[in-house]
Design a binder for this molecule. Structure first.
Ligand code: SF4
Ligand SMILES: [Zn+2]
Length: 535
């Protein structure tokens, strides 16, 4: 008991305190704070990939930030922080790491260029600051992050690794391999001799890698790159699409066209990856009306239809080419109410199979020269939608989030949709009030031999299985929560049935190291880069 207490109240460092700055700013910016609202702020924070803080940690962080001069000392803030939020839970500990500063071949006119940072990151963004404090060392970043989760009593038995920074595919291959290996070494607590050994060791580690994400440019995705990403252990790829209009892409000097995005999405889909697109409203040359049209293309164009989406309204940053255009009166950031209204319209277009991860980047408001500066755009949009009786249908807005689930009340929902190269099935179990207890993405290629990876030829492919519930230690017991009532198993059985009816004799799955055991228990065996089950 004593030891637990000592761990829970361990003193946090200034570095850890800085990490909570944006969250504390949101608490401060809110016009009014109730336990429910506080919980929502915390929940949104955790969904963005941060560890969910306990009350004492947040108070400590606030005191440290006051001492550092980053926040003013206010009685009201202390009162807000002492409220007890209703705790919500998510299944996995997200660990975000940044690659070292490195040039990007892109010339995007809105992108900041700080030599101390990987391209597109600002030195005072909390994640970037934390990475710099660890000298961008992958081992230190991962190890410290895991420690941060455990200090606040959050399990890190399942780790989703989010590798951010510039354009991943541009980094030297040796560096990529070393970087991933060192992240795994930190999870394993052992220095392996090479990447493949680190991957093997991770299968039995206390901190298993259950997902790996990188961000890159569409024009760098080739068949070879798809295979290599899988070899590194990647399960999800974030692509900067930014716009689906060649003219806008050109005006903003993106250096690739819409066709490049289509090609990349196609290859990744056929490689079984989960696909996240980044999309930006308010680029140079866009209007709210053209943005709305552009956004519709994400869903109307069968070559796109991403699984997840990040909307990043263009932030006007000093030192960029866009900033010069603004000074010349050639560029105008949208007014606040125009942006909020646009966001609401966009949200209403998102289909049920897509997850809107973010609708704003965590850029400190002090860096933004003009335009929308509040960090709580999501909350404002949500409040406004509620007022108007509107509801976003995206995955994120429907997740059960720790609500207990009655297995018998769940309804299976099957959403089929076409892409230019596959027939997709989004299978989910939904509660009576339309919350998601879990889902599965099944891809059936129109041409069974179309995948850039030979190993997938002739296979229907599960690109994702996601069941909601708290992050538990692997092997520990629990009842009632979504992760443990066999929702995943049921979804896989449904997927098998659909694949079989469509003439497939083999079902494959892209699996992170930490999920191999799970799939083995369900009849899959590991070949080289994927796991397979005959049917
Ligand atoms: S591709 Fe990304 S990182 Fe590179 S310049 Fe463009 S926005 Fe910046
Ligand atoms: Zn939503």
């Amino acid at each position: 008991m004593g030891a637990v207490k000592a761990r829970r109240y361990a003193k946090i460092t200034d570095e850890e305190a800085l990490e909570y700055l944006p969250l504390l700013q949101r608490v401060r910016d809110a016009s009014e704070v109730t336990p429910v609202l506080l919980d929502r702020l915390f929940g949104a924070w955790a969904q963005e990939g941060h560890p969910r803080p306990g009350k004492s940690v947040l108070i400590q962080a606030y005191r440290a930030l006051v001492r550092m001069g980053r926040l003013p000392e206010e009685r009201e803030m202390m009162r807000r922080l002492q409220l007890k939020p209703v705790r919500t839970i998510s299944g996995v500990a997200p660990v975000t790491v940044l690659t070292k500063p490195y040039p990007c071949p892109g010339q995007c006119i809105f992108c900041p260029d700080d030599v101390r940072m990987p391209k597109s990151y600002l030195p005072d963004e909390p994640g970037a600051m934390r990475a710099a404090m660890n000298q961008f060392d992958p081992y230190l970043q991962t190890a410290n992050r895991i420690k941060a989760f455990e200090t606040i009593g959050h399990s890190a038995a399942k780790v989703e690794l989010l590798i951010l920074g510039g354009t991943w595919s541009v980094y030297p291959k040796k560096y990529q391999e070393w970087f991933v290996k060192r992240c795994l070494d930190a999870m394993n607590g052992v220095d392996a001799r090479g990447l493949e050994e680190a991957q093997r060791l991770n299968e039995g580690s206390d901190h298993r890698n259950v997902g790996m994400v990188v961000e890159t440019r569409p024009d760098w995705i080739t068949p070879k790159e798809v295979e290599r990403l899988r070899w590194l252990g990647v399960t999800k790829v974030q692509l900067g699409a930014q716009s689906l209009n060649d003219e806008i892409l050109q005006l903003n000097k993106r250096g690739h066209d819409v066709e490049a995005t289509r090609r990349a999405v196609r290859l990744l889909r056929l490689g079984g990856f989960k696909i996240v697109l980044h999309w930006m409203p308010n680029l140079y040359g866009a209007t709210p009306q053209s943005d709305l049209e552009d956004f519709k293309r994400l869903w109307d164009d069968p070559a796109l239809r991403p699984d997840e989406l990040k909307i990043y309204p263009t932030a006007l940053l000093a030192g960029t080419e866009l900033y010069e255009l603004w000074k010349q009166g050639l560029y105008h950031p949208y007014e606040d109410d125009v942006l909020v209204d646009l966001m609401i319209r966009l949200k209403l277009l998102i289909p049920r199979y897509c997850r809107l991860n973010r609708l704003m980047r965590d850029i400190p408001s002090t860096d933004i020269a003009a335009g929308y500066k509040h960090t709580n755009l999501r909350q404002i949009v949500q409040r406004e939608m509620k007022k108007r009786g509107l509801r976003c249908q995206c995955i994120r807005c429907r997740e059960v989030r720790g609500q207990s689930v009655e297995p018998d009340s769940l309804r299976l929902e099957v959403i089929p949709y076409e892409t230019d190269v596959t027939r997709e099935y989004f299978l989910s179990y939904v509660t009576p009030d339309d919350h998601l207890a879990g889902f599965l993405r099944l891809s059936m290629p129109n041409d069974p031999d179309a995948s850039p990876v030979d190993e997938l030829h002739g296979s229907a492919v599960i690109r994702e299985v996601h069941v909601y519930g708290p992050a538990l230690r692997i092997g520990s017991d629990s009842r009632g929560e979504a992760q443990h009532i066999g929702i995943g198993t049921r979804l896989i059985a449904v997927a098998k049935g659909i694949a079989r009816r469509n003439g497939y004799r083999r079902l494959s799955v892209i699996s992170a190291i930490g999920t191999r055991e799970y799939y083995r228990g369900r009849g899959f065996r590991l070949e080289r880069l994927y796991m397979h089950a005959d049917m």
